[in-house]
Design a protein. Structure first.
Length: 281
C-alpha cells in the first residue's frame, strides 16, 4: 500500500498527491475515506482520470447515482455528467446539490477538463463549523425545525431537518442553502424568511470556507452532507467539467425528538397565508 501525501489547505479541505489510478487497493481507499472524513473536501491536482476512472473513484464511497436534470457524457458511462459553462447556468449561488431529493447525494466529484487561466474557482463551506459557531440558545432553537426544499420546477420537493447529523461521525451541521431551501413549516412565513436569511448569511462567512483554484486535469471531491459550494463567477472563460455523485441517505435530525409541529397559518395576509409578498428585515 502506498501512502498518500495529504496536506490541509485551510480550516477545511486538503490537497492529496500520490494517488495512482491503477493501484487503488483497500488501503488506499481507506486513506481517501479517512481524509474525506477529516477534511470534508479533497483536491487531487492533475489526476486527469477517464470517465470510467472518475466513476470508479466515486464507487469507493458507495453507490454511484446520477444527478437529476443533467445529461451524461457517454451512454456507456451514464453516471458521469457534463457541466459546461457555455451551455448551462453557472452555479454561482451557495448551495448543496439536489437537497430537493429525499436522499440527496452523499459525496460528489468534479473533474476539470478545460478552464481559463485564471478565475472560475470553486469555494466550499464547512457546515459543521458554521453550526458550532452558533450560540447554544440558537442551536437549541434550530433543533426543533425542518425546512422544505424544492427544485424550483415544482417536480420534486423534500422536507429535511435544519440541523442534520453526519451518519458516520454523529456531528451536527447546518443543512439549508440559498438555492433550494424555501420555508420552515414550524414558523410563519415572515419568521421563516427572516431566519433562513440569517442562516444563509451566517454560514457563508469566509472563516468557514476553503477555495480551490483549478487547473485542467484536477479532481475535487467533497462531502455533500455537511458542506456548501459555489462557483466564483469572475471569468467569461469556458469551464468544462465532468461530475459524478454518490447516493446519500435520508438526512437525520440531530435531535429528532425535538422537531416541532407545523404552524397553522392564520388566514391573514400579514401571516403570509397567501404566500405572496416579501419581508425585509
Amino acid at each position: 500500500m502506498s501512502e498518500l501525501d495529504i496536506r490541509p489547505v485551510a480550516g477545511m479541505g486538503a490537497e492529496v498527491n500520490g494517488l495512482d489510478l491503477d493501484a487503488i487497493d483497500e488501503g488506499v481507499a481507506a486513506q481517501l475515506t479517512k481524509a474525506l472524513g477529516d477534511h470534508l473536501m479533497l483536491a487531487l491536482p492533475g489526476l486527469d482520470p477517464s470517465l470510467r476512472g472518475l466513476r470508479d473513484i466515486a464507487a469507493l464511497f458507495g453507490t454511484v447515482d446520477p444527478v437529476p436534470y443533467l445529461d451524461s457524457v457517454d451512454p456507456d458511462v451514464p453516471e458521469v455528467i457534463s457541466l459546461d459553462s457555455m451551455y448551462q447556468v453557472k452555479a454561482d449561488l451557495w448551495h448543496t446539490d439536489a437537497t430537493f431529493l429525499e436522499q440527496p447525494p452523499a459525496i460528489a466529484l468534479l473533474h476539470m477538463v478545460d478552464c481559463p487561466s485564471h478565475g472560475g474557482d470553486t469555494m466550499f463551506i464547512d457546515g459543521h463549523a458554521a453550526y458550532d459557531s452558533l450560540s447554544p440558545a440558537m442551536q437549541g432553537f434550530l433543533a426543533g425545525l425542518t425546512c422544505i426544499h424544492d427544485d424550483a420546477r415544482g417536480d420534486k420537493s423534500a422536507e429535511h431537518p435544519v440541523v442534520r447529523t453526519h451518519p458516520d461521525t454523529g456531528r451536527p451541521a447546518l443543512f439549508v442553502n440559498k438555492q433550494f431551501s424555501r420555508r420552515i413549516p414550524q414558523l410563519s412565513r415572515p419568521e421563516s424568511q427572516m431566519l433562513l436569511s440569517y442562516l444563509f448569511r451566517w454560514q457563508e462567512q469566509v472563516q468557514f470556507s476553503a477555495r480551490w483554484r483549478w487547473s485542467p486535469g484536477d479532481v475535487v471531491m467533497w462531502d455533500e452532507r455537511v458542506t456548501l459550494h459555489i462557483m466564483v463567477n469572475d471569468t467569461e472563460g469556458r469551464r468544462e467539467l465532468r461530475r459524478v455523485s454518490v447516493l446519500g441517505d435520508r438526512p437525520a435530525a440531530h435531535a429528532p425528538g425535538a422537531i416541532g409541529e407545523p404552524f397553522g397559518l392564520p388566514k391573514t395576509a400579514s401571516s403570509g397565508f397567501y404566500g405572496i409578498g416579501s419581508y425585509e428585515f
